[in-house]
Design a protein around this ligand. Structure first.
Ligand SMILES: Cc1cc2nc3c(=O)[nH]c(=O)nc-3n(C[C@H](O)[C@H](O)[C@H](O)COP(=O)(O)OP(=O)(O)OC[C@H]3O[C@@H](n4cnc5c(N)ncnc54)[C@H](O)[C@@H]3O)c2cc1C
Length: 407
């Protein structure tokens, strides 16, 4: 194995220099009841203007980081990456966490799921056209998988792609597409052979979200925001070199994306839930309920489960860092994440009683309603709790497969 062209020490010194020059040091703040933004939500609750400002800030920071050589540290140099080992990425991430930098939330789907899929299955033309732009923040990508009648049963999707010379023509409808409103490209799964068994008649494409025939309509959530959309496609033309993987081999490509999705959601569980749990403790103290033995027990149960989830996610992540594939333990990581969110929301509701549904204007009380109403979404996104339990039962515990009615 050839050694990297730069030592870890020199790399860290350059990273420190870049961060010092471009960002403010993060100041550790003690949380206490009544201070800071009155927001505890699961899904973003933003206006289109706030969305646009967040996207602009994310892209500007991404371009700066990329141009300084820290944007895609481990990626292949042929497509804009730095070609360095994963240890260099960990060094940079740890250093950057010590600074105030704009949220990169709008880029997470593109970088966590779509870019790895393009790298694994894209044509040379697609890799050259999109990977650098995605990592530099020039473009954002979304995932066009679910349809009105096909979510868990993804292999049943009906959006059609028909070959026409050197192009494909796409028609159909997708739904629940997070971030479609600000994405420039999407990864889309379509049916290319309606006669074949359902898993074998699918192909995956990259579609230009600004092409004629693509219409994005926002869907309003019960919490007020609109972070996902319906996407209608009417005879949208896609060049042949935008096919990902083989024609009718889309299911294999989908599995790559889904595995990365579970890694992104479940692996992200390493520190997830700790912020809301701290806030709950502040709330218990504010309400004078911190000595109630049953509530203390419930809180302790939540805290223990958060720590178990954290160590489980760390274990899965270190397996991935060692070059192994993210395995079924990530399905348990996603399940623990959503179970802990449920525990948090239920305890908040018990502490607050009617104040969680009636806004009295008091800080830190009604704000929890958005968390309570947002948790079911997390239990559905990226594979529902029930589907995750099936995966754990069949692939981890080796229990018999559930009966399937489809061919
Ligand atoms: C916050 C959020 C963001 C999302 N973002 C995206 C996105 O960006 N792109 C995208 O393509 N999709 C996205 N989705 C859609 C998501 O992938 C689907 O909602 C999910 O796969 C479930 O599909 P469905 O809604 O059709 O429900 P269904 O599949 O119809 O499920 C309905 C119920 O039946 C249960 N069920 C289904 N099959 C089984 C089974 N075999 N065994 C036991 N129970 C079963 C489910 O658990 C659920 O309770 C998002 C969803 C949410 C909530």
């Amino acid at each position: 194995m050839t050694s990297p062209p730069i030592s870890e020490e020199e790399f860290a010194a350059r990273a420190r220099h870049f961060l010092e020059a471009n960002a403010e040091k993060r100041v550790a703040r003690e949380t206490s009841f009544g201070e800071g933004p009155d927001e505890v939500s699961v899904l973003p609750e933003r206006t289109p203007e706030e969305d646009a400002a967040e996207v602009r800030a994310a892209k500007e920071w991404a371009a700066k980081v990329f141009d300084a050589g820290f944007g895609w540290i481990t990626g292949p140099p042929a497509y804009g990456g730095g070609g360095l080992p994963g240890s260099f990425q960990r060094i940079y991430s740890k250093l950057e966490a010590g600074y105030e930098t704009p949220s990169q939330a709008p880029r997470l789907i593109g970088l966590g799921m779509i870019a790895p899929t393009i790298l694994a299955h894209g044509t040379e033309a697609a890799k050259k056209a999109y990977l650098r732009k995605l990592w530099r923040g020039d473009i954002i990508a979304c995932q066009l998988f679910s349809e009105p009648s096909h979510g868990s049963d993804l292999a049943g999707v009906q959006t059609r792609a028909i070959k026409d010379g050197e192009e494909w023509v796409l028609s159909g409808q997708k739904v629940w597409t997070s971030g479609a409103q600000y994405s420039q490209i999407g990864e889309i799964i379509c049916r290319t052979d309606p006669e074949a068994p359902k898993h074998k008649g699918l192909s995956m494409f990259i579609v230009d979200m600004e092409a004629p025939g693509v219409e994005v309509r926002p869907l309003r959530q019960m919490t007020g925001g609109a972070s996902f959309n319906e996407v209608f496609l009417e005879e949208v033309r896609v060049p042949a070199d935008h096919l990902l993987g083989e024609e009718n081999g889309g299911w294999t490509v989908a599995l790559t994306t889904l595995m990365n999705e579970r890694a992104a959601i479940g692996g992200g569980g390493a520190g997830a839930g700790v912020g809301p749990a701290h806030r709950l403790l502040d709330l218990m103290r504010h309400l004078g309920l911190q000595e109630d033995p049953l509530l203390r027990q419930e809180y302790a149960d939540l805290w223990v489960n958060l720590q178990v989830a954290r160590w489980n996610s760390e274990r899965a992540l270190s397996k991935m860092r060692a070059g192994q594939l993210p395995g079924p333990e990530l399905s348990t990581a996603k399940l623990s994440l959503t179970e802990n969110m449920r525990r948090t929301a239920e305890l908040a509701a018990r502490l607050l009683g009617p104040r969680i549904i009636a806004d009295t204007g008091e800080w830190g009380t009604y704000a929890w309603s958005k968390y309570l109403l947002g948790v079911p979404g997390m239990r559905i996104a990226g594979g529902t709790d029930e589907v995750m339990r099936n995966i754990v039962a069949e692939r981890v515990l080796g229990l018999p497969k559930e009966p399937s009615a489809s061919k």
